[in-house]
Design a protein around this ligand. Structure first.
Ligand code: ADP
Ligand code: ADP
Length: 231
């Protein structure tokens, strides 16, 4: 579903050049759960932004669903992003003046879905994250874990095939973090491809595949921990 060849990203300002990603190769198949780890400043968010069509890359080839991303017009790229990709961030990015149902329905409204279908999708997404009884609450009336579940519901309501999560548990205590991770895993088990950026080894170890980025260089380290455990 996602194929990257030699993806390089250089941020240039007047004074400095930062090589945020260096010749990254990655192939993620439909339904996979891939964790991306690495120290702060290593290029994880840059990778996720490129994968999510939020940021352009400097060199290389990126195919999403077989389509070369570089060849897409801006509007085609936005359409592909809105249709295929769901985002979950560390800061939940909910709109404080909208209630839970309003937050979840907002991107669908932006996409022009009719009211009846929006309502149906919002209800389904609320049920999926276990918050059906909170549709009229406002974000500040919810716990952090509940707010993140609303953000997950908002992503799911778009029926994405690829879910991109950037440190989704970074603002949560460990119990809430576990619940959010369980939910993301359940979504993945039902077929949605999941890419999780985290510097937390406990979370990344839940993934079948682990990509570690250090200084813009990505290495597949899946199974290395267990190989070392085995001596
Ligand atoms: P991580 O998510 O692993 O912490 P990032 O992908 O955010 O790392 O950043 C990778 C590198 O790229 C860092 O050195 C950072 O300073 C640099 N960088 C990120 N965004 C920008 C930007 N908009 N302009 C210039 N440099 C940036
Ligand atoms: P609007 O229709 O102007 O966007 P609403 O407050 O009626 O404003 O609804 C906001 C969004 O949430 C819409 O997408 C709507 O379909 C959905 N929605 C509203 N109330 C509920 C509810 N109780 N359960 C599920 N979805 C709802």
């Amino acid at each position: 579903m996602l194929e990257m060849h030699g993806i390089t990203k250089v941020y240039r300002t007047e004074r400095v050049e930062t090589h945020a990603l260096r010749a990254l190769d990655l192939h993620v198949r439909e339904g996979e759960f891939v964790a991306v780890t690495g120290p702060s400043g290593s290029g994880k968010t840059t990778f996720l932004s490129i994968a999510g069509l939020l940021e352009e890359f400097s060199e290389g080839e990126y195919l999403l669903d077989g389509q070369a991303v570089k060849d897409l017009s801006d509007s085609a790229r936005s359409r592909l992003r809105n249709r295929a990709i769901g985002f979950i961030f560390q800061s939940f990015n909910l709109i404080p003046d909208l209630d839970v149902a309003g937050n979840i329905g907002m991107p669908l409204r932006y996409r022009g879905l009719p009211t009846a279908e929006r309502k149906e999708r919002v209800e389904e997404a609320l049920a999926e994250v276990g918050l059906s009884s909170r549709s009229r609450h406002f974000p500040n009336e919810l716990s952090g874990g509940q707010q993140q579940r609303v953000a997950i519901a908002r992503a799911l309501a778009g029926r994405p095939r690829l879910l991109l999560a950037d440190e989704p548990t970074g603002n949560l205590d460990s119990e809430m973090a576990r619940a959010v991770m369980d939910l993301l895993e359940a979504v993945n088990t039902r077929g949605t491809t999941l890419i999780l950026v985290t510097h937390d080894a406990e979370l990344s170890n839940r993934a079948r595949r682990i990509i570690r980025i250090v200084d813009g260089i990505a290495t597949d380290v899946s199974g290395m921990a267990s190989a070392m455990d085995g001596g």
